[in-house]
Design a protein around this ligand. Structure first.
Ligand code: G3P
Length: 217
């Protein structure tokens, strides 16, 4: 499963990219606002920090204006992936952009039928929002299972990008279901490295090593 980080904070992105485990970045207008940075500037900087796809979202609601915005965004770098909402105009834009070879992430997906439409529109990625689904009393991970089943039934090439990930269990369940990608905030990705028994084990080994009085090298 690929790991994307869901942030526009370049310090976090650079730190996670240095682990060698980061496959891409997702942003959205709320994350751009949180960064306090100029959209074009910060997107360009992010594209230079990772080799993988960097999702940059259009804000227009109609197809012609989405195409104009996408045209500006895709010139930023080769690894820009245009993010469009799961609406009729968004999917028209998705179809047009992917047929020109531009990567597209169809976002704000909340049903398996919407995901089916995104795949039919040739989306590179579909982003079901599991956390927001859970928040509203639906089962976010059941949605991922349904989409996985449907995509496998028809061999769709669209990658399932689990978004709105809130905690490590979402990551674990995504991997068990066979999602292609998950995007999570930096804190959730960092938490995956931690285990209390790992820390305890290191402390015990180092205490015993100290007693040997030895050094390596
Ligand atoms: O980038 C889209 C998605 O990951 C947003 O997550 O936590 O705002 O629901 P959240």
């Amino acid at each position: 499963m690929k790991f994307f980080v869901d942030t526009a904070d370049t310090k976090d992105i650079a730190e996670l990219a240095a682990t060698g485990l980061l496959d891409g970045v997702t942003t959205n207008p709320s994350l751009i606002h949180k960064s306090g940075r100029d959209f074009m500037d910060v997107t360009k900087e992010i594209c230079g920090l990772v080799d993988g796809p960097v999702s940059a979202e259009v804000v227009a609601l109609d197809h012609p204006t989405m195409m104009k915005e996408a045209d500006i965004l895709r010139k930023i770098a080769d690894n820009v992936c245009i993010k469009v909402p799961l609406t009729i105009d968004g999917l028209k834009t998705c179809k047009a952009l992917t047929s020109e070879g531009t990567m597209v992430n169809v976002t704000l997906c909340f049903s398996a039928n919407q995901a089916l439409l995104a795949a039919k529109a040739g989306a590179t990625f579909v982003s079901p929002f599991v956390g927001r689904h859970d928040d509203n009393g639906f089962d976010g991970m059941a949605l991922i299972e349904d989409i996985r089943l449907i995509y496998d039934n028809y061999d769709f090439g669209t990658e399932i990008l689990v978004a709105s990930v809130r905690h490590p269990i979402h990551v674990l369940q995504s991997a068990k279901i066979g999602a292609d990608v998950m995007t999570a905030p930096p804190a959730v990705i960092r938490s995956l490295f931690n285990h209390v028994l790992t820390d305890k084990g290191i402390a015990g080994f180092l205490a015993d090593w100290e007693k040997t009085g030895q050094k390596i090298g």
